[in-house]
Design a protein around this ligand. Sequence first.
Ligand SMILES: NC(=O)c1ccc[n+]([C@@H]2O[C@H](COP(=O)([O-])OP(=O)(O)OC[C@H]3O[C@@H](n4cnc5c(N)ncnc54)[C@H](O)[C@@H]3O)[C@@H](O)[C@H]2O)c1
Ligand SMILES: N[C@@H](CCO)C(=O)O
Ligand code: NA
Length: 433
Amino acid sequence: MMRTRPLKVALLGCGVVGSEVARIMTTHADDLAARIGAPIELAGVAVRRPSKVREGIPAELITTDATALVKRGDIDVVVEVIGGIEPARTLITTAFEHGASVVSANKALLAQDGAALHAAADENDKDLYYEAAVAGAIPLIRPLRESLAGDKVNRVLGIVNGTTNFILDKMDSTGAGYQEALDEATALGYAEADPTADVEGFDAAAKAAILAGIAFHTRVRLDDVHREGMTEVTAADFASAKEMGCTIKLLAICERSADGASVTARVHPAMIPLSHPLASVRGAYNAVFVESDAAGQLMFYGPGAGGAPTASAVLGDLVAVCRNRLNGATGPGESAYAALTVSPMGDVVTRYHISLDVADKPGVLAQVATVFAEHGVSIDTVRQQGRQDGDGEASLVVVTHRASDASLSGTVEALRKLDTVRGVASIMRVEGE
Ligand SMILES: NC(=O)c1ccc[n+]([C@@H]2O[C@H](COP(=O)([O-])OP(=O)(O)OC[C@H]3O[C@@H](n4cnc5c(N)ncnc54)[C@H](O)[C@@H]3O)[C@@H](O)[C@H]2O)c1
Ligand SMILES: N[C@@H](CCO)C(=O)O
Ligand code: NA
């Protein structure tokens, strides 16, 4: 039966995502009410620039005082789409203390302070939902938290940043360099004016921390995630990848160790075979592979960013939280009972593609191979190419079998010390085989 008293929603932030949340709340009001079992009412919208014209939002709902809005006491759900750490963190905890549940899209905050925010939600018997924080519209948090709650997830591997996927895709398909591809991403509105969070992998690392925590029922802090951006990927790397039948993607990889006792989380560019489904994820799309004991391989694919797609995930959470509220219940909170060790990058085991500039003279290949052997890194293939420029150098491309990152780092360090190795042109991990 439909309850007539509406549930009150406060919107914090009315930018790209917030304005779409407000629009969908208004245009889909009847459907949302039917699905929830009560109407929902936009009770206040906190903004920074009140003079801006906001179509469809009554002027009397606009306020610049977000703190007063979350303290009102009659708000059922606060939707936080401001972004950043403060004031978002304080506003969310204040909302819990004043009786509201919270829906947020804020990956940076959740990756940094997720545990404390979950604790605050728990203490106040409230919900904290954040489907939009990872891979935008793609249902991922809820499938991991709820649909797969009876299974054992072993690996989450995915493309979780749209901006960098757009840039890498452009480099791959046109042969463009990094800067040229970034300029196009900026011109098309994919990359922000300051693209650091995306291109240096901070955004993907925050998402990896959130995913690993949920997948492995273990607290994974942002600092636990090994992070390498994609600014150093070159057209030459793509040429090497092509020769291997691969492309290059910025991947977020969260894995359980072979003995199941520990986990790792990392973000870095990697070669993946063209036959892998992630290789065909084009433009600004996201896709995430989840591997679990019973289900096997699952793939989640779709728009990972943008106002309306992200608002879709926010609205889904809003409906779920409102339903919980009507039932006098809360949904699943943080699950960190497994408390597995989060291991450093050195423990990660994978394959490597290493491109060296070496002196083109007898014995060099043997010397290089010896360094790999001394560090316990087994070589899969070696390809040497003399150069036409007569500088007495050759390019040596070594692809290894699976080895630990620590062994590989040791190998590279020793290679750099060889007189005959003039430079290490690139090192790239090979994933998805
Ligand atoms: N845009 C996307 O594609 C996308 C995708 C997934 C998640 N997110 C997340 O959603 C959140 C919002 O992103 P966005 O793209 O809408 O950003 P945005 O910059 O377009 O919007 C944020 C809005 O909040 C306002 N704001 C800042 N401080 C405020 C304050 N103290 N009180 C009231 N308003 C304040 C800003 O003026 C701005 O209009 C972020 O956490 C972001 O990481 C965005
Ligand atoms: N900057 C992010 C937005 C979505 O989180 C991206 O490019 O994927
Ligand atoms: Na999502």
